[in-house]
Design a protein around this ligand. Structure first.
Ligand SMILES: [Zn+2]
Length: 327
């Protein structure tokens, strides 16, 4: 089994080289959208495989691999964000890993292993551990039982408790070289790999998601209206766009404002390179104070995407403010 993505090959080789003496607490850190989750999975499987290949990677055919791949390996526990049902019957991901999940992990590692090999606990996203959960986990991280391996995955390792960070041996997974990422996206059938890569800040898996979910088309529709602020009709557009996923709306608008600011402050367009001309035209005439204010508010909103406000009204209010930037 080789690395899930070509840019992970060097870090995958580094991990495999430690298979005979793996770190008992490993932190895989790096930006989102580069494949850390897949890397962590592959590492867990490599550790649990009972007939690993010469390089240390999982064989993919033994009983342990089979269990792992079908989600039933008794010595593997995955700790992540659980799905919750809201009062309205909607299913949403919890925003934190709760203490009972951490306690389950603690109990799990105190049992004897089922197959007499390693026991692996994968925590992803580790930065979502709430304080109680982090403290519960810390106790076993400080003195992990024999043959126990914790793999923590995080986009925002600074949000981890320093005491947890210091217990882990950290492996950074950086952004792939742009050419490698663009070539890989091309192989996945993306026509505009370079544009989508810029849009996703250089992270290829985000670029792929933009493409797959039809998000790229929705983004284009929104931006084609934003390039003509004087013709914006907030009421109509608010109604039309209220069905857009909040996360998509936020990402599109936030990156658009960031690019306008960059132009206004004499930088270059970073995300929306396919709209570079319109951005330089608009950015140079936008009101700087207003733009800064709007971008700041947008960044704050990004942290609370699921607030139960009236979406249409919220979008309308935003559009009104946006239009004023160009009065
Ligand atoms: Zn195997």
């Amino acid at each position: 089994m080789s690395a899930a993505y070509p840019w992970l090959e060097p870090v995958w080789m580094r991990l495999l080289a430690t298979r005979s003496r793996p770190a008992q607490a490993l932190l895989l850190a790096g930006p989102r959208g580069v494949g850390k989750g897949e890397l962590a999975q592959a590492w867990a499987q490599a550790l649990l495989c009972e007939t690993p290949r010469a390089d240390g990677a999982a064989c993919g055919t033994c009983a342990a691999c089979h269990w792992f791949e079908t989600g039933g390996h008794p010595d593997f526990l995955r700790v992540g964000l659980q799905e919750k049902t809201t009062k309205d019957g909607e299913t949403r991901l919890a925003t934190a890993i709760e203490v009972d999940q951490a306690r389950e992990a603690v109990d799990f590692v105190r049992l004897s292993t089922y197959r007499a090999g390693y026991r692996v606990v994968l925590v992803d996203p580790a930065d979502s551990l709430n304080l109680a959960a982090a403290n519960a986990l810390l106790k076993v991280l400080e003195e992990p039982p024999l043959n126990t391996v914790f793999v923590l995955v995080s986009d925002q390792p600074r949000r981890l408790l320093p005491t947890i960070r210091s217990r882990c041996s950290r492996v950074d997974v950086g952004l792939p070289p742009a050419e490698l990422a663009a070539a890989w996206l091309g192989e996945q059938g993306l026509d505009d790999a370079v544009t989508l890569l810029a849009l996703s800040g250089g992270t290829p898996l985000d670029a792929l998601r933009w493409n797959e979910a039809g998000d790229a088309d929705e983004r284009r529709t929104v931006l084609e209206s934003l390039v003509r602020p004087e013709q914006l009709d907030p009421v109509t557009l608010g109604e039309r766009w209220k069905g857009l996923a909040p996360r998509l709306w936020h990402a599109v608008v936030y990156k658009w404002l960031a690019d306008l600011l960059a132009v206004r402050l004499q930088g270059g367009v970073r995300f929306n390179r396919d709209f570079a001309d319109a951005l330089s035209r608009l950015g140079s005439r936008a009101d700087l104070a207003g733009l800064l204010g709007l971008a700041k508010r947008q960044a704050e909103e990004g942290r609370v995407l699921d607030h139960p406000l009236n979406r249409a009204l919220q979008i309308q209010a935003w559009l009104v403010q946006y239009r004023h930037l160009f009065d």
